[in-house]
Write a protein that binds this ligand. Structure first.
Ligand code: CP3
Length: 373
């Protein structure tokens, strides 16, 4: 069921303070650069024409053309050279009729300008992790123009190249997830060091979380200014938290980002990976779309999120390794579940696995686009 009552609304942005306005109308269609794009329409709860789809990590190692480029350039070079990041972003769209492109960057991209020294091997490695009060002094909240200027240039060329029906997504990490990496110094199963620091040094932790939130505001605003039509915030590690911890250490800093985007007319998706137990709290966040992993059925997620939030997801990435018949059956189930939610953007429940056969992706995109026709 889609709500078309908001079409052709005023030109006010997210901050729309008109007390008579639909409280869900954070972004008006008239403010979008690509009002025809099905992905953007679904984000706003409007009739998209077909169920739009894109795939998390759609540009990357499962594509032979990406692996080819990786023979000549490392990840940091690919993601920090405007021409190369533009080319890589568009690679999946040349193969598959996706409804959106997501700019080729990383959630760690803006941290360099905060003073962190980051490598990819291939997961992020931070040479100078934040370990407590002694590191507060070297923490920087960069000026907006210092953050990834190459990305701004890449986004401008992408926005110029994409046709009106394909949307361009910009993104960032959420403060708690970024906190996990910069305190741990890299990946971890349980991020015990950062989760301990929250208790041992609450003030230093708060300072870091606030600086991370403020930097993401600058970073996301820059991406919208440069041409991103929609924004997404990845919270990959909140699944480690109880609801009470989430409300204390993670959620306020996500809302701090959202407040900083209040006047930015772009739909915002929030993806609390592994956060099925957090959806009651997430329902209170001022976002347009919530990404759901494969463990929570979309109808249940939507019920807990309440009216006015679209859902994105949530096919298990493992389904792409199944026979075509099983893949299509599982995709149908996601589509049926999504139809019970108010508005649905089809995606996987997490990033695509690098061993995936691109022909299976082609099959999935065809199937989703043909559904209901
Ligand atoms: O979705 C896309 O196509 C856009 C690009 C994108 C990348 N990272 C490129 C990348 C996006 C949206 C991300 C998000 C990201 N990065 C997240 C949130 C999503 C999630 O997975 O939970 C996280 C936690 C990171 C941090 C990160 N960067 C990790 C854990 C890794 C290693 C993972 C791996 O696939 O090996 C990276 C490196 C990275 N970021 C790669 C890519 C394509 C692999 C680099 C390579 O090709 O060698």
């Amino acid at each position: 069921m889609t709500d078309t009552s908001r079409e052709g609304g005023s030109t006010s942005g997210r901050a729309a303070a008109d007390p008579g306005a639909d409280p869900r109308a954070r972004v008006e269609l008239a403010d979008l650069r690509r009002p025809e794009a099905p992905y953007l329409r679904a984000c706003l709860g409007l009739d998209p024409g077909h169920v739009p789809m894109w795939i998390m990590r759609q540009a990357g190692r499962y594509l032979p053309e990406y692996r080819k480029l990786k023979e000549s350039y490392d990840f940091l070079t690919l993601s920090s050279t405007p021409e190369l990041l533009t080319e890589v972003t568009l690679q999946p769209l040349k193969r598959f009729p996706m409804d959106a492109a997501i700019v080729f960057a990383d959630i760690m991209t803006p941290l360099h300008s905060m003073g962190f020294d980051i490598d990819f091997a291939p997961g992020p490695v931070i040479q100078n992790p934040f370990r407590g009060p002694a590191d507060v002094g070297s923490l920087r909240t960069p000026e907006p123009e210092e953050i990834a200027p190459y990305l701004e240039e890449g986004l401008r060329s992408l926005a110029a190249e994409l046709p009106p029906h394909q949307a361009l997504i910009g993104f960032s990490g959420a403060p708690f997830t970024l906190f996990c990496y910069v305190v741990e110094g890299g990946g971890s199963k349980d991020f015990m060091t950062p989760r301990s620091l929250l208790r041992a040094e609450p003030e230093a932790a708060h300072t870091l979380l606030s600086a991370l939130a403020d930097t993401q505001v600058h970073y996301l605003r820059m991406q919208h200014r440069a041409g991103a039509d929609a924004l997404m915030i990845f919270d990959s590690w909140v699944g480690l938290l109880s609801e009470s911890e989430y409300r204390h250490f993670a959620m306020p800093f996500v809302q701090r980002i959202l407040d900083g985007l209040a006047d930015v007319p772009a739909p915002v998706t929030y993806f609390p990976f592994g956060g099925g137990h957090l959806l009651d709290a997430v329902s209170e966040l001022d976002v347009d779309v919530v990404g759901i992993d494969w463990r929570t059925p979309l109808s249940e997620a939507s019920g807990r999120l309440g009216d006015g939030k679209a859902v994105q997801g949530n096919l298990d990435p493992a389904a792409l390794f199944a026979t075509p018949g099983i893949l299509e059956a599982e995709a149908s189930e996601v589509l049926r579940e999504g139809a019970q939610a108010g508005s649905h953007v089809f995606n996987l429940g997490h990033g695509i696995d690098r061993r995936t056969d691109p022909d299976q992706v082609a099959r999935l995109v065809d199937f989703v686009h043909g559904w209901g026709r």
